[in-house]
Design a protein around this ligand. Structure first.
Ligand SMILES: [Ca+2]
Length: 113
């Protein structure tokens, strides 16, 4: 599990807030990109600004919300293999990619920028 800089900042001072690991409550603003196990933003979630390895979420992401941030995701851990960058949200990652197949269940790491 990787905790974002934003979340680390929130763990100090007067306003402690537990790291939220799972679906975000309605209306809660999110700082991190959130990847979803299923299409249409369903199923288990994985949220972070950057991740060199998505752990148990490796090769599971099927949809993503980037909240306007430009994010590059990668086929392999440590930002390796094929990459793709966008600030859009995607409700389904199953489009065809030459020499890769599809991004669906194929992302292992990602970072902003
Ligand atoms: Ca999936």
């Amino acid at each position: 599990m990787r905790i974002s800089k934003y979340e680390k900042a929130l763990t100090g001072g007067c306003c402690r807030r537990a790291f939220h690991w799972g679906p975000f409550a309605a209306g809660q603003s999110a700082n991190a990109s959130i990847f979803y196990d299923n299409n249409d933003y369903g199923g288990a979630t994985y949220g972070a600004d950057n991740s060199t390895w998505m752990g148990s979420f490796d090769n599971k992401a099927s949809s993503v919300k980037n909240f306007g941030y430009y994010v590059t995701w990668w086929q392999d851990i440590n930002y390796g293999g094929a990459g793709f960058g966008s600030s859009n949200d995607y409700s389904a990652m199953g489009w065809y990619v030459p020499f890769l197949g599809t991004w669906n269940d194929n992302i292992s790491s990602f970072h902003r920028g």
